[in-house]
Design a protein around this ligand. Structure first.
Ligand code: FAD
Length: 323
């Protein structure tokens, strides 16, 4: 049986985030040959319709309203539910991002839907969409399906491959006038931290440092390696607690969960709480002076030695390879 699935796009700095394209790919599986409808919410997002279609949305709905300019739980929940009422779909998919983690469970509750949170893959078993999701901080995976009714899912960034972009495609667009009222919270101002560069949760390469990096300045060579590889810098909580870097860079159980193609763990011991955020990375390279450090148990490549000697050599060798 085919299904209709809504995919809620997530816009940052005027562009759709990659996870929205990955959500379209997940939506295609859940729809089982049915329709995947991209939903764009914001106050000036109609310029993004074609790119949504180019990554596979069969149709795109635009809901613009001044109160949707910046994400708030109330406004987005109201807008999505109004689109839901018009479209009457069988499922809704979001990224497992700060927004998806917040509004996903609320939608599931309002729609009396089964929630598949933090899915890393989805496949069909007959008509049923089977979601795989990590449990026990990533130490095991469970396969789960919604028994009946509406499927609500959030998908972890960087795990489900987006479809190939077809740059020639034009979107089939419709607009929905949403009515936003009785907001309990209002955003007065958004103060962005000047981290800049590649978004950590969507980066293909992450160069993460720990307490072994020893200072704020010690992070500069890590930034150089990240820049060389087009990646982002991350950190252990040890490094954040020591004030070597901002908590926005923390990876782990109480930080960001990342799945890059390549993860460098530099001067990080590999505590279980750190592994919970990065152990599903595709290739892990660890540099640590302690050969017994637990990080080596999950590393694909381990270098035992002083990071201050190894890192400049590694960066230089990679630079020579890349130019
Ligand atoms: P350390 O454990 O101190 O390790 C530093 C490493 O650097 C050592 O292995 C050392 O051998 C190596 N080193 C030192 N000098 C050099 C050198 N010159 N060259 C090479 N190697 C060197 N942690 C997280 O990371 N993320 C989380 O989200 C998180 N959540 C937590 C939640 C809870 C409830 C709790 C209790 C803890 C949490 N932690 C988290 C903390 C975690 O338990 C560890 O304390 C933390 O990960 C340690 O950080 P670290 O590896 O940088 O520091």
């Amino acid at each position: 049986m085919t299904k209709k699935v809504l995919v809620i796009g997530e816009v940052r700095d005027g562009e759709l985030r990659n996870v929205s394209f990955e959500a379209i790919a997940a939506g295609k599986t859940v729809a089982n040959g049915g329709e995947v409808v991209g939903v764009l919410l914001g106050d000036n997002v109609s310029g993004l319709t074609d790119v949504f279609a180019q990554y596979g949305a069969d149709r795109v709905i635009v809901a613009e309203h001044p109160d949707l300019k910046t994400y708030t739980t109330d406004a987005y929940q109201q807008a999505i539910l109004q689109v839901f009422d018009i479209e009457n779909p069988d499922g809704v998919i979001l990224g497992h991002t700060a927004m998806g983690k917040d509004v996903g469970p609320r939608l599931a509750m309002k729609l009396q839907a089964g929630l598949m949170s933090d899915a890393v893959s989805v496949e069909l078993d007959g008509d049923d969409a089977i979601f795989t999701r990590p449990i026990y901080s990533g130490k095991a995976f469970e396969k789960k399906k919604v028994k009946e009714g509406i499927v609500c899912a959030t998908i972890r960034p960087n795990n489900i491959a987006a479809l190939e972009q077809d740059p020639t495609k034009k979107a089939d667009v419709s607009t929905v006038a949403v009515d936003i009222k009785d907001l309990r919270t209002v955003i007065k101002d958004v103060v962005q931290k000047a981290t800049g560069g590649v978004d950590l949760s969507e980066a293909n390469v992450i160069v993460a440092g720990g307490r072994g990096v020893k200072s704020k300045e010690g992070f500069q060579p890590l930034q150089e390696l990240a820049d060389l590889l087009g990646g982002a810098v991350g950190a252990s909580r040890g490094a954040c607690d020591a004030d070597y870097c901002d908590y926005g860079l923390q990876i782990g159980q109480t930080g960001k969960v990342v799945t890059p193609d390549l993860y460098f763990a530099i001067g990080i011991s590999g505590a279980i709480q750190h592994l919970a955020g990065m152990s599903n990375s595709k290739v892990i390279v660890a540099i640590n002076k302690d050969p017994e450090a637990p990080i080596f148990e999950v590393a694909d490549y381990g270098i035992v030695g002083d990071l201050f000697e190894i890192l400049p050599i590694l960066t230089e060798e990679l630079r020579n390879l890349l130019v």
